[in-house]
Design a protein around this ligand. Structure first.
Ligand SMILES: [Fe+2]
Ligand SMILES: [Fe+2]
Length: 236
């Protein structure tokens, strides 16, 4: 395991290098926003949190992240069942973790920056809320209806099961387009996630999180539309 982080680094520096560190900071209620200029050591001492525990978590999480993103599996050659398990474990779980945290951050910056950026941020907040609701329901539909049908079809090759799966798949494909459109609109409203001069660390982090969601979702949709759904349609 590579030890990338140490206790003397500044909190803001760690969060910028590795945005997933924010989740760890939030779980310990470490202020990475206005307190971002302090060293991790200082913050942990103040809150009486065990240094080694936090550093280990940060390094473990970083190594996991690097490993996950380095793997190059050719999914066109895998079974649909394995691909589904991968999508749920990697992308659905990512969304379940990241959507609520990002929503909280957006609410926070909306409150703090209401006077200078209220009009734009309230648009972002509305758009993000609708994205969150859409996606949360979408994940449930895939996990509870579509994916079990595809798995069943892969086992029994029944034409009837395949047709049911394709009907649901067409609906979920439309939902992908809808989510993509909302993300494009957020990109437009935020002027490509350009943080205004008055924007604080939380502002930057909220924008980073939204961009992480965007890029993860595009990879996720690619695996579903271009690989999984195509496999289903072409299977005999
Ligand atoms: Fe999905
Ligand atoms: Fe999907």
């Amino acid at each position: 395991m590579k030890n990338v982080f140490n206790i003397n680094q500044k909190i803001g520096e760690i969060a910028s290098k590795f945005p997933k560190a924010i989740d760890i900071f939030m779980s310990y209620e470490i202020d990475f926003c206005c307190g971002g200029d302090r060293s991790l050591k200082e913050a942990l001492k103040e809150q009486k949190i065990d240094e080694q525990e936090v550093i280990d978590k940060l390094n473990e999480c970083y190594n996991e992240f690097v490993n996950d993103n380095n793997e190059e599996t050719d999914w066109t050659k895998s079974s649909m069942t394995n691909l589904i398990d991968y999508i749920v474990q990697k992308h659905h779980n990512f969304m379940r973790e990241t959507l609520p945290i990002t929503n909280e951050l957006i609410n926070k910056i909306l409150r703090v920056h209401y006077v200078d950026n209220g009009e734009m941020l309230s648009k972002v907040s509305k758009l993000f809320n609708s994205l969150k609701l859409e996606l949360e329901e979408h994940l449930i539909k895939e996990e509870e209806v579509l994916f079990p049908l595809i798995k069943e079809y892969e086992k029994n090759s029944s034409e009837e099961t395949k047709q049911k799966a394709i009907t649901t798949m067409n609906e979920t494909e439309n939902e992908h387009d809808k989510a993509g459109d909302i993300l494009k609109e957020i990109r437009r409203v935020t002027n490509k996630y350009e943080v205004p001069e008055t924007g604080c660390n939380s502002f930057k982090i909220a924008y980073e999180k939204m961009q992480e969601i965007e890029s993860d979702l595009f990879n996720h949709i690619h695996l579903e539309n271009n690989i999984l759904f195509r496999k289903l349609k072409n299977s005999k």
